[in-house]
Design a protein around this ligand. Sequence first.
Ligand SMILES: *[C@@H]1O[C@H](CO)[C@@H](O)[C@H](O)[C@H]1NC(C)=O
Ligand SMILES: *[C@@H]1O[C@H](CO)[C@@H](O)[C@H](O)[C@H]1NC(C)=O
Ligand SMILES: *[C@@H]1O[C@H](CO)[C@@H](O)[C@H](O)[C@H]1NC(C)=O
Length: 946
Amino acid sequence: MLRLRRYRYYVLSATIIIFLLFHVAQNSGQWDSVSASVPYSKTPPGHRTDTSNRFDPSFKGDTRFYSNGNDDLPQKILDDTADDHTTVTIPDLKAAGGVDDDDDDLPTTIIDNVDTTQVVAYDKDGAAKTTLAPLIDIPDQNVGQGAKGAAIAKEKETEVATTTTIHWRKMPEHFPLAESEIISLPTGKPYPIPSVQYDFGKESPAAREKRQGRQDLVKAEMERSWAGYMKYAKGHDELSPVSGKFRDPFCGWAATLVDSLDTLWIMDMKDEFEEALLEVEKIDFTTSSTRSEIPVFETTIRYLGGLVAAYDVTGGKTGGYDILLEKAIELAEILMGVFDTPNRMPILYYNWKPAFASQPKRAGSGVSVAELGSLAMEFTRLAQITKESRYYDAVARITDAFFEWQERGTSLSGIFPEHVDAAGCNRTAEAEIAAQQSKLSIEEEEDLYADDEGYSPATSNEKVKQSSTKSGKRSTSANKGPIQQTNHLSSKEKPLPDCIAKGLDSAGWGSEQYSMGGSQDSTYEYFPKQFLLLGGLEPKYKWLHMNMTKAVKKWLLYRPMVPDDRDILFSAKVMTQGNPEFDANTEFEVSHLTCFIGGMFGLGGKIFDVPADVEIGKKLTDGCVWAYESTPSGIMPEGAHVVPCTDPANCHWNQTMYEEWLDPLFDTREASIKDYNERKAELKEQKERERQDALLQKFAEDRALKADPDATGDKTEQLRKAALADDAQSHPASYSVPKKWEDVVRSDVSGNQRRAPTSKFTESEEESSMASKSSPADSRTVEADSDPAPGFSSKGISQIPLQEEVDPDPLRPLSHEEYVANKIKNEKLPPGFVNVNFRRYILRPEAIESVWYMHRITGESYWQEKGWKMFRAIVSQTTTEAGNSAIDDVLIKNSEQVNEMESFWTAETLKYFYLLYSEPDLISLDEWVLNTEAHPFKRPTAPFNT
Ligand SMILES: *[C@@H]1O[C@H](CO)[C@@H](O)[C@H](O)[C@H]1NC(C)=O
Ligand SMILES: *[C@@H]1O[C@H](CO)[C@@H](O)[C@H](O)[C@H]1NC(C)=O
Ligand SMILES: *[C@@H]1O[C@H](CO)[C@@H](O)[C@H](O)[C@H]1NC(C)=O
């Protein structure tokens, strides 16, 4: 209760603050005039954006923020390419006026908290297409490993009109770390780690031939998609594979190209690789004409991971492709700006424009676990290659924060809620202090509120200040830096509102979600992988992993009840209010994004020597294989639900139970039918009474009319009409009691032979595709049924479910059996599925990823066979002339293609397929560790037993 009151306090203060800031934003002119007079202001309109000097030319003040010697290497590389960045175009004269977008004037602290993601996706033939780009539905609105851009596309797309090219510039840090505070890479001899890969013996010639034949077909698919990309979308983020155009959802830095570099190399497409490198050189990471915010997670896993891995697979230093490292450093230096927060937790949507980037800010208070925790491998590998500790420090602090949080405890001990407060301010404690203060002096507090744009009245409280500087890393000089003077509310010096420090925490206001799916996934995936990348020298990753798998086994894993009793596993989603032993609410989901987890359990089981986890990994992977095999297209849907086994050790298909899951209201249906029939009978009786009354009255009036022939008039006529109408409506002869549903179907099948009797539930997919696109199970459209006109196919008509065509009483509630049959049919539910809430397939890799891990770990050809079925299904459903496309509905064959080819298709999906049919020592898991975008990084040494 107390908790609740505190929160209310906060909601109120937040509302006031947002209101104030909104007013300020409205008044951007005023803001301009203040900020223009101080250092670090944005470049005035018309001023040449001088990027040969990365620092703002108008800055003449304190130099103590300038980067130290550590920056020299990257800075030099940046400077070398500086000429490319000095483009100045003449501004278009727009009504809005000025060089900068209006939103340049919003304080970043607010922007960061809002988690906005704007996307410009445009096609070659013009910006008009911008807002029409197809949207992708994903199960979770939050961007995660999971979403991988899909969620971004879902956001409102905005056209950004840049008139002068604005470039990111290196900013002095507001919260710099002293040299001595920087966490450096663990040193020492790599720890002996058990080998991951199965000891593959000699291959028979027949097996080799089969394998290589398949591998060639995978490569052919890569060649096709790559050629399509280069022909229609070269230099852009993604090919639009149906229209032959392109999209730029990832800042327009050629995402597909960078993401696919290592795939080209691994598949021995060296000419294409060289050609791609020419494009890499042209990328300018310091600006984007399509996005004002860099999605840090996506950029790190796709671009930074892509560049670093390409550098690694081509041989690193000896490979001779220095440009890859140079570009990686150029990007990393930009991204380093996101860690400049008081607690060094990153800003995850980084507004790179100097006007924003120069502002002090905190990390978000509602970020996704995946985005926060999945930067580790890329920055670590870059730190190893460059010997630059700052890159490692940046992510080691995030790991430390997760580690501390796991120790401190979450509701599901060992794993983390989906939404994380990374801002580092304990609002609860602040509210408490504020409440105390308000007791002391209500007036004083009001002053503070009116005065302070921040969240907390605690700023002026000496006691609080002390406690926060103790744990916070901010230097005192930062408080006095000129930057704070840009505050528009007051002429007083205003630092970022101070706060009482705290570690990572749940951002949920009471309710928390835990799963291994989108928005969470890759943080967990990175625990064992980071352990490998660091040669086992940082034991934290092992504890993080072990505690995590323990929690997953306890809370999330479940065995689904499936028709052939196959022994498989999935990972669920759990909702809790904080007391899971009592209030845990489990969603038995089947999510494509979560399919990576089989590989994770397998890999972790091997390196930490937990054989049971390898077995779990197999069952999890086979779960996804089962889901692929369950649909008419042969492809698993993005999201669905199934029924858990009551007893996982002894689980048999139970049709009754399945139908009860399909129809949670099963035990009320009989009652509502009875109720309906009773009311109907009553109504009928009443109508009948009224009809008879009317007839009687008519009769009486007729007699009166006969008796008095002069009495004509409206009233008589009305009565007559009413009587006739009534008669027509409820004539006893035309009314029949609703038949039992089975009878209806039977009579239709036998009496009306338009359709084969067997078609009751198993009509072909094409037929049912449209009718049931999203119709709820018991929506009962009544159609005047007729045979199609000559020359017209009957397909369109037969899409209407059978019983609906003839049901004499459309309002009648459905029985349990009817409801279930209807639901299965309308929703095209594959056997064992309770629903399929996201039917798309967007060329995702997670299932084949785990299949590949299983093959490399167990050596069983089972996985290669299963993988081949998956490959053929995917190719048959997604191929377009220019490449491969996401599809709209895996529950039908030849679904509509949605004109999107995400970069992970060529970066991951095709790579995993290729490696499944390669020699097992190509990207051996004993030498390489792959990031969440399938980019292989070199492990420090070979394991001890090879
Ligand atoms: C925030 O402060 C409250 C009250 O002072 C304390 O109970 C709580 O543990 C703190 N939260 C964190 C995450 O440190
Ligand atoms: C995590 O693992 C370590 C080492 O086994 C243990 O000391 C710690 O208590 C565990 N934490 C949780 C939250 O289970
Ligand atoms: C099947 O499920 C129903 C409903 O839950 C239950 O009553 C019945 O006992 C189950 N049958 C078997 C064989 O377990």
